[in-house]
Design a binder for this molecule. Structure first.
Ligand code: UDP
Ligand code: MN
Length: 386
């Protein structure tokens, strides 16, 4: 046997072994990890570190080398750093095509804009509260015309905000407060670089006011217009004093109006959830919204607080130094004398009384520059709605 052959055979075998070894290692370490990571694009970036010890790990790492400060693959996709075809062609085709496809979808959705930072660079901290003079609608429309979009909507032009925010204001006969609110809030929310829309839900008629039901209506009607991720339920007379108080929905429902001037900037009681509160769309659905049973002043916010506890969620808050508000002056409504009774009985009805039993008629709706307006007739418990 020629010597070259006796030497060549183990040489080939050695290479074959290495190839098999690489293939196996690739299959067990890289494919499963990276494939999962790509299909489950919300996994954090650290996930890729796990793959870095295996064959394609370094390639993926290099691909994402400029994105080390980004949290997830989804963000990387949106950041537009995926154009590096050099790395894509060195990858197994299914990984490359998945990245390219995902990237294409993101690009179509967001036209290659990067994600906005979690915290805007434009914040001031403490802001002035202007109570006088009360501006006219025309003044506000002129002031905001260059950037505000119809329906009281704005989003940053150069970056994408993942979570869309709906601000819902229960409303009846507080025109001056509404104008002061809009004057204050539009620039405030813009500075926070949010993708937001302001909804004013006005109760029609002379019947007792039902704040909670109006908020339920705001939730239902807003979701018919757009997929909102986060709802901020907002008394019209509360103006935030610090723009570090972010109008977003965290993991848990957030009570926002922690320190209000008329309460000497102290939290009145630990379970309070009234004034301004933020709840994710998902949680609001889980909680079955607010109760529809509270007509007149008081109790509906405490019932929501009970719902939150019942569902093993908890109320989160910003520090008292940031979550500060000024309340515009108004006459105090006389409290509903039945509210404690309703609160007690409500504990057994969380699943029946709320979004599932909401009954109203949308009398009118319209998108003006400053807000989206819903005028609604609320159906009371004893009313014939046929
Ligand atoms: N509200 C309203 N018209 C009313 C009563 C209440 O628009 O006649 C709305 C408004 O958004 C207000 C919120 O419901 O800020 C809470 O009512 P109010 O300010 O009277 O409650 P309080 O500040 O006394 O807790
Ligand atoms: Mn008030």
């Amino acid at each position: 046997m020629p010597p070259c052959l006796t030497q060549a055979t183990p040489y080939k075998g050695f290479f074959a072994l290495i190839l098999i070894f690489v293939a196996l290692e690739y299959f067990f370490n890289t494919v499963s990890d990276t494939k999962n990571a790509i299909f489950n694009s919300t996994r954090p970036l650290q996930y890729f570190d796990k793959a870095s010890t295996s064959t394609y790990g370094p390639l993926l790492k290099s691909l994402f080398k400029n994105a080390s400060n980004l949290r997830s693959l989804q963000e990387i996709m949106k950041s537009g750093n995926i154009s590096d075809l050099h790395y894509l062609v060195t990858m197994p085709p299914f990984i490359a095509s998945t990245i390219l496809n995902n990237n294409k979808i993101m690009q179509e959705e967001n036209s290659t804009k990067p994600l906005c930072p979690d915290i805007s660079q434009n914040l001031y901290g403490r802001v002035q509260i202007q109570k006088y003079p009360v501006p006219s609608v025309g003044t506000l429309e002129n002031r905001f015309a260059s950037w505000l979009q119809p329906g009281g909507h704005w989003k940053p032009p150069n970056c994408v905000v993942e979570k869309k925010v709906a601000i819902v204001i229960p409303f009846k006969c507080r025109g001056e407060h509404l104008l002061l609110f809009l004057q204050h809030m539009h620039p405030f929310l813009k500075r926070q670089q949010l993708d937001y829309t302001i909804f004013v839900v006005e109760q029609e008629g002379d019947g007792p006011f039902n704040r909670a039901m109006l908020m339920n209506v705001g939730y239902v009607e807003a979701l018919k217009l757009r997929k909102f991720d986060c709802f901020i339920f907002h008394d019209v007379d509360l103006l935030p004093e610090d723009d570090r108080n972010l109008y977003t929905c965290p993991e848990q429902p957030r009570h926002m109006s922690v320190a209000v001037d008329i309460f000497k900037y102290r939290l009145p009681y630990p379970a309070i959830f009234g004034g301004v509160s933020a709840i994710s769309s998902e949680h609001f659905k889980l909680l079955n919204g607010f109760s529809n049973s509270f007509w007149g002043w008081g109790g509906e916010d405490d019932d929501m607080s009970n719902r939150i506890r019942y569902h093993h969620l908890y109320i989160s808050r910003y520090p008292i130094t940031i979550a500060r508000y000024t309340m515009l002056t108004h006459k105090k409504d006389s409290p509903n004398p039945n509210r404690y009774d309703l609160l007690r009985k409500g504990q057994k009805k969380f699943d029946q009384d709320g979004l599932v039993s909401l009954s109203y008629e949308l009398v009118m709706s319209n998108e003006n520059l400053l807000y989206t307006w819903f005028l609604v007739k609320l159906h009371g418990p004893n009313e014939d709605t046929s």
